[in-house]
Design a protein around this ligand. Sequence first.
Ligand SMILES: Cc1cc2nc3c(=O)[nH]c(=O)nc-3n(C[C@H](O)[C@H](O)[C@H](O)COP(=O)(O)OP(=O)(O)OC[C@H]3O[C@@H](n4cnc5c(N)ncnc54)[C@H](O)[C@@H]3O)c2cc1C
Ligand code: SF4
Length: 478
Amino acid sequence: MAKQPMLKFVDIAREMPSKRDASVRRADFDEIYAEYADAKATEQAARCSQCGVPYCQSHCPLHNNIPDWLRLTAMGRLEEAYEVSQSTNTFPEICGRICPQDRLCEGNCVIEQSGHGTVTIGAVEKYITDTAWEKGWVKPITPAQERTESVGIIGAGPGGLAAADMLRRAGVQVTVYDRYDRAGGLLTYGIPGFKLEKDIVTRRNEQLEQGGVRFVLNCNVGEDLSFDEIRAQHDAVIIATGVYKSRDLGGPGAGAKGIVRAIDYLTASNRASNFGDHVPEFESGELNASGKKIVVIGGGDTAMDCVRTAIRQGATSVKCLYRRDRANMPGSQREVQNAEEEGVQFEWLTAPKGFKGEPVNAVIVEKMRLGAPDATGRQRPEVIEGSDYDEPADIVIKALGFEPEELPTLWGCPELEVTRWGTVKAEFTSGRTALPDVYAIGDIVRGASLVVWAIRDGRDCVEAILQDLTAKAAIAAE
Ligand SMILES: Cc1cc2nc3c(=O)[nH]c(=O)nc-3n(C[C@H](O)[C@H](O)[C@H](O)COP(=O)(O)OP(=O)(O)OC[C@H]3O[C@@H](n4cnc5c(N)ncnc54)[C@H](O)[C@@H]3O)c2cc1C
Ligand code: SF4
């Protein structure tokens, strides 16, 4: 009988792929984790306890068959591991890199609860699909049969692209419209290269194009092409536009030059440093931290991406102001640790009261303490009166979160129903909206969320569209 390859968690310690030293990685935008060597991936996958009720799987938004692909990896059956992995996840190598695993699959790994350290699920998932790409197992889509129906997708982020992939697999004709010049949404222009190198995204975009997805880029729907025109051209339309309206700051001096939005700052950096684009605001220094004192306001993942980008651009100092403490911040603890190693200073329990100078030269900071819990149970930050101080700053980056743009107004379509937060009203399991043949997915429905949830929405929505198209075809044939 073959030797049991699994349950090695008692003898083998958890080991992440090696992380480049902070002094080295500060100088470039390359990813910070190396790839597992084959033997290490096999060894780490073999730590899985193959428990009867895999909590990792139920806490993965895609319900990936994690125990199965870990076992196949441990047995060296990598091509099969890849087949299982890609059957539930459109972009496994992307999720393996950027999912907050500590809150999802790995956060619910049973062997961690017995004190042995989680299986490194994300790193193995990344390893399997990176290997598949290397070995040529990832192929362009070739549908068994072409269908005549067409679907227009507005937004080429992970939600729209996951839907495009599934629709093409079913033989549907797909056109993806995006206002940017490259596909990928926040994978391309939001998330920095040190978390997700851009060729990982580009090769997926190319794979989709080779599989018959048509991209119409530099097309701002609502300006260059109307929503009604898109609806008229397709049998169904998916809205996958994400959320891009930045939350703003108040207080005296909040409009000063040098106070910039995180999305503008990160987009400029991604364009200039990863794609080598000519970006005037980067070259002029307006959106470039080189030689400057940088203050980032916010405690989420966007703030973490900004502080770490500023370090790589050569800022003289990078400080992050957050109004709660470390234990209560929304950003991933793993990213805070990475940022600290790279030289970022966190000023916990602080908030901006105003700004000095035109252009800005300082943030007036007030200190906070945590008071009684609010309705959500989170302790409310309270100002400590008389605690103000000035924090010198040449650029202040606002990373306070995102809200949806007003699509019904921008698109001249008041019938498109939105919630009181401005997100599009859609059924969570199908993406169906109140408008016939119009579906919505990803951040524009959920509010700012995660890549893995956008992928899940895209996949679910395609199931509903295929059902609806088939039902229509049956009626037409009667
Ligand atoms: C800085 C940053 C870092 C993040 N880091 C992580 C992370 O580490 N892990 C993680 O899981 N999630 C992360 N997220 C969240 C994640 O990126 C989003 O949840 C995800 O990208 C949402 O996917 P989406 O397809 O709904 O929208 P998006 O990725 O936002 O894509 C929407 C697309 O629609 C296009 N669009 C919008 N309006 C129009 C229009 N009118 N006409 C044409 N095109 C239009 C946009 O140009 C864009 O390409 C991060 C977000 C940010 C901002
Ligand atoms: S998709 Fe994300 S949550 Fe699911 S297994 Fe992969 S890393 Fe974990």
